[in-house]
Design a protein around this ligand. Structure first.
Ligand SMILES: [Zn+2]
Ligand SMILES: [Zn+2]
Length: 105
């Protein structure tokens, strides 16, 4: 009788763990989807400002905030000299900053 209750309890735990996984899995998938969605603007050459919703071009001439190296190209690209990646981009319309979607995750 004791063994039977232990087995039932074990089965109950396994069932509970399975249920927790069933609940967790869609959440994990959703988080991954959100991260993918957040990184998606990087595939384009413009980013939408979080504050005023205007398009900020990511292609142009930029200066590295760490070493001051000037380059022409993609804003969130790694600096060729010091390897720094800009953590945010300032909107030239409203002045507010928008996070780098790659670091955001
Ligand atoms: Zn803006
Ligand atoms: Zn640099």
């Amino acid at each position: 009788m004791k063994l039977a209750t232990r087995t039932t309890r074990y089965l109950g735990w396994s069932l509970l763990r399975g249920l927790v996984w069933l609940v967790k899995l869609p959440i994990i998938v959703a988080i991954k989807a959100v991260h993918f969605w957040a990184a998606r603007p990087l595939l384009k050459d413009a980013l939408v400002c979080r504050t005023c919703r205007s398009l900020i071009s990511l292609l142009g001439s930029w200066q590295c905030g760490v070493c001051g190296y000037s380059f022409y190209g993609f804003y969130f690209a790694r600096c060729e000299v010091c390897g720094a990646v800009p953590p945010y981009l300032e909107c030239d319309r409203c002045g507010a900053s928008t996070m780098n979607p790659l670091i955001f995750g």
